[in-house]
Design a protein around this ligand. Structure first.
Ligand code: 5GP
Length: 119
């Protein structure tokens, strides 16, 4: 399994603005925010892409959503709404190969989230 920048954040070898941590997951501010609130929620063990999700790690992946909802409630934007996104591979826009939920909030988010017209 290749290591990524997120392994270094989990190991506290490089700094991150951590907003939530438990024994299975970590949430921290995205370095390049695309909304007033832009967090990344990651499992502490590496799963490279959505294609690597299976029945063995499904509960852990579900936990990432539990963390998203908990953060949203505690931060006070659960009722206004928010978006969670997980990109997969090149066409999906994935750049870090350690799965992560983007949690975006703090403004009305456009849909669809891409600019080009369908071809
Ligand atoms: P992806 O493109 O894989 O869906 O998302 C990767 C995200 O990680 C990007 O939004 C990018 O800004 C964020 N990111 C990349 N490197 C770092 C870093 O070192 N620290 C933090 N906090 N975010 C990072």
């Amino acid at each position: 399994m290749q290591t990524t920048i997120f392994d270094k954040i989990i190991a506290k070898e490089i700094p991150a603005d951590i907003v939530y941590e438990d024994d299975k997951a970590l949430a921290f501010k995205d370095i390049s925010p695309q909304a007033p609130t832009h967090l990344l929620i990651i499992p502490k063990v590496s799963i490279a892409t959505i294609n690597d999700i299976n029945s063995d790690n499904a509960e852990l992946v579900g936990h990432l959503f539990v963390v998203a909802a908990k953060i949203a409630k505690e931060a006070g934007f659960a009722d206004d709404g928010y978006r969670v996104v997980m990109n997969c591979n090149e066409d999906g826009g994935q750049t870090v190969y350690h799965i992560h939920l983007h949690l975006l909030a703090g403004k009305p988010l456009g849909w669809p989230p891409y600019q080009e017209r369908l071809k």
